[in-house]
Structure formats: structure tokens, C-alpha cells
Design a protein around this ligand. Structure first.
Ligand SMILES: Cc1cc2nc3c(=O)[nH]c(=O)nc-3n(C[C@H](O)[C@H](O)[C@H](O)COP(=O)(O)O)c2cc1C
Length: 369
């Protein structure tokens, strides 16, 4: 990396942050205030490993895991909580509406050595909300607080909650919940600055996140939503007063984002995201981790979603993208990779800055996500 490529973004907000104590969930001190947000279907062990190898990640969390599935030892739930020594600190996100099952699942996770348990109160998908879990918990104040209290009291590891601003614009209950959660011992709350009704539409309401920050006394609040660049993160900190930020889609588009934030916080400068060649190497490494975990045939199919993000960010032509997506064997997969490597990006250069990726949002009614 040459100095000419270093990006400079110093500011008073950056200086304020660098003077703050490190982010901690109770006694669990996190290596940075830049966290990976759970993304079902993406934040599996192979992806967590590669973002951790790049550096800067304060905490990695699994996709949402069904607490009941975990207690039934379903193969999907057990796969989702797989981890490795490098995958630290590590949180598992649980969803469920039965306090006893949630308690048992949290205790099971603690016995398996997880660093923290997160409770999902933000998922808008009907499959989850119709069983009283995810965002629908924001409609039931007393039973939700009781469930969270039971989980907190059942384990020694820190318990956190991830939620939206509320069910809809008439019920912006996140500040009330955050205050109550703090009282029952929750170690931190993460807020996606939209309501369930909004899905992923509209813009993130940073004023709404600020109200949550103001509602609590001591626990950290993690601001989340639409952070794709260091400038976006800086704005989240300065407009909300939050203590940490989490990135989901921004990390898929740019797995270097956590390292960029840490560089920025400590020096006021940061290096650019990886170029075409870096991304190709990362793609192959992530695929090999997935292959290790799931075997070649399943890895080829389940990597398709992730490959889409890599290849779009690498400006690979549509025909080559579809060639990789339709590969069925290791040979076909390798042939597609070789062709992609041979042809290079359709725009920009192999080792220069690539144009920013336009980040898609899940489309259609939330019921279908
Ligand atoms: C495909 C997809 C899957 C998601 N899965 C989860 C999940 O399992 N648990 C959760 O709490 N949030 C989930 N989210 C929400 C994200 O964690 C995050 O709150 C949201 O995407 C906004 O942040 P971002 O703009 O950084 O992506 C998901 C979002 C997307 C797009």
C-alpha cells in the first residue's frame, strides 16, 4: 500500500472516540468498537474467519439460531454455532419466545464456551414474528422483559439484545425497552435504526437511535444500519452518541471495513478496501473454509449467495458471474475462477480502487424474506 493510497479522514469525533475506554459487554472487553452484525445466510464461520483475518472486528455474531432447534440438537442449529479458536470473541444470536427454551439454550451455549448471547428482537420475517419471536417481541412489553430477565439470570456470560426502533412509527418502544433491559442486567443493546414496518426501506433514523442512547445509564448502545464507509460510521457516532457500531451488508461489500475503522480511530487515516486481486484471493480462502466445514458439493451450492457479493464488488461480467453461480463440481468452479482471474474487472484495474458497490436490500414484502 503506498502512502498516496492512504485515505485521510481526521476529525474531532475521531479524537473523541480514540480517547474513550474500550468497548465492553460487562466484563467482556471487546478488541474494537466495530462489530459484525448478524446476517442470516452470510455470517457463517467461513465469513467470520476471513473478516477476523483481515482484522479490526470487535465481535462476531452468528446468524439467528432457533433456540428450540438448538435444544432439539437440530443439525442446522448445531452447524450455525460452529466456531474455532480464531473466531473470538464470539456471540450466538438466539430467537424464540418461550423463556424456558431460551434459558436452556443460553445455558447450553455458555457450557459450549460462547463469549456472549444475543437475543433477536429485530427480525421482521413473518416466519419468526408469527411465533412471537423477533420484532414481534417489541409489541409485548411485560412478557419480553420477563423473558430477557430469565435469560440474563441463567448465565454468567453477558446477554445482549438486538432490536429495531419499534414495530411501527406509532410504537417506537426501543428506548423504553433499553431502559428496562438495563435494569434486568442486559450488557448492551444494538439498534437497527428502522421499524419493523419499514423493513429495509427509507433511511436509518439516527435521532431514534440517539433516544435509546439517552434512555440508558451505563450500558453501551451499538448503532446499526446503512454504514458502508468510515464517513457513515463517523456520522452514526456523532449524531447518536452510540458507543459502538455494527455493520452487516457493508461488511459483505467490503470485508476490510472493520480494519479501516480501527486504522481511522487510531491514526485518522485508513487504507482502501481490497482490490480485484485481493478480493479474488479472499473469495478462494472463504470458499476453502466452507469446503472444509461442509464438503465440496454443499460448499459449491451454499457459496453462491456469497459469491454474488464478491463478484459484483469485483466488477465481474454478468456472464462470468452466472458461470460461477451455475458451477456444480470443483472442476467447474475452478474453471470459472480461472476465467474470472484471466479476464479481470470490467471497470477499473486489477490492483486499483474499484467503484463502490451499490448495496441491494431484500426486496418485496417482509413476509417473503
Ligand atoms: C440478508 C439479511 C439477513 C439478516 N439476518 C439477520 C439475523 O439473522 N439477525 C439479526 O438480528 N439481524 C439480521 N439482519 C439485519 C442486520 O443484522 C442489520 O441489522 C441490517 O441489515 C442493517 O444493517 P446494515 O445496513 O449494516 O446491513 C439481516 C439483514 C439482511 C439483509
Amino acid at each position: 500500500m503506498t502512502t498516496a493510497e492512504t485515505l485521510i479522514a481526521d476529525s474531532s469525533e475521531r479524537k473523541r472516540l480514540s480517547a474513550l475506554p474500550p468497548l465492553a459487554y460487562g466484563r467482556l472487553r471487546l478488541p474494537s468498537r466495530y462489530l459484525l452484525s448478524p446476517l442470516a445466510g452470510f455470517t457463517n464461520l467461513p465469513f467470520r474467519r476471513i473478516v477476523r483475518e483481515i482484522g479490526g472486528v470487535g465481535l462476531g455474531t452468528t446468524d439467528l439460531v432457533n433456540a428450540r432447534g438448538l435444544m432439539d440438537r437440530s443439525s442446522k442449529s448445531l452447524y450455525l454455532i460452529e466456531t474455532c479458536p480464531e473466531d473470538r470473541p464470539f456471540a450466538v444470536q438466539l430467537f424464540g419466545s418461550d423463556p424456558v427454551v431460551m434459558r436452556d439454550a443460553a445455558q447450553f451455549l455458555e457450557a459450549r464456551g460462547v463469549d456472549s448471547v444475543d437475543i433477536n428482537m429485530g427480525c421482521p420475517v413473518q416466519r419468526i414474528t408469527k411465533v412471537g419471536a423477533g420484532a414481534s417481541m417489541m409489541c409485548h412489553v411485560d412478557s419480553t422483559i420477563e423473558l430477557v430477565r430469565i435469560v440474563v439470570e441463567s448465565v454468567k456470560v453477558p446477554v445482549t439484545v438486538k432490536m429495531r426502533l419499534g414495530w411501527d412509527h406509532t410504537q417506537l418502544t426501543a428506548p423504553t425497552f433499553a431502559r428496562e433491559f438495563e435494569q434486568v442486567g442486559v450488557a448492551a443493546v444494538a439498534i437497527h435504526g428502522r421499524t419493523r414496518e419499514q423493513g429495509f426501506s427509507g433511511v436509518v433514523d439516527r435521532t431514534g437511535i440517539r433516544k435509546v442512547v439517552e434512555a440508558v445509564e451505563r450500558i453501551p448502545v451499538i448503532g446499526n444500519g446503512d454504514i458502508r464507509t468510515v464517513a457513515d460510521g463517523e456520522r452514526m457516532f456523532s449524531e447518536t452518541g452510540c458507543h459502538g457500531i455494527s455493520m452487516g451488508r457493508g461488511a459483505l461489500a467490503n470485508p476490510w471495513i472493520f480494519r479501516q475503522f480501527v486504522e481511522w480511530e487510531t491514526t485518522g487515516k485508513y487504507s482502501p478496501a481490497g482490490h480485484f486481486e485481493d478480493r479474488l484471493a479472499l473469495l478462494m480462502r472463504q470458499f476453502s473454509y466452507l469446503e472444509e466445514q461442509r464438503g465440496t458439493d454443499r460448499a459449491i451450492v451454499s457459496f453462491r449467495k456469497m459469491a454474488h457479493w464478491y463478484l459484483k464488488a469485483m466488477c465481474v461480467s454478468a456472464s462470468l458471474r452466472s458461470r460461477m453461480q451455475s458451477a456444480r463440481t470443483r472442476l467447474e468452479f475452478e474453471a470459472a475462477v480461472n476465467e474470472i482471474a484471466h479476464r479481470g474487472p470490467t471497470r477499473g484495474t486489477r490492483t486499483g480502487l474499484l467503484p463502490d458497490l451499490v448495496i441491494p436490500v431484500p426486496a418485496g414484502p417482509v413476509e417473503h424474506w
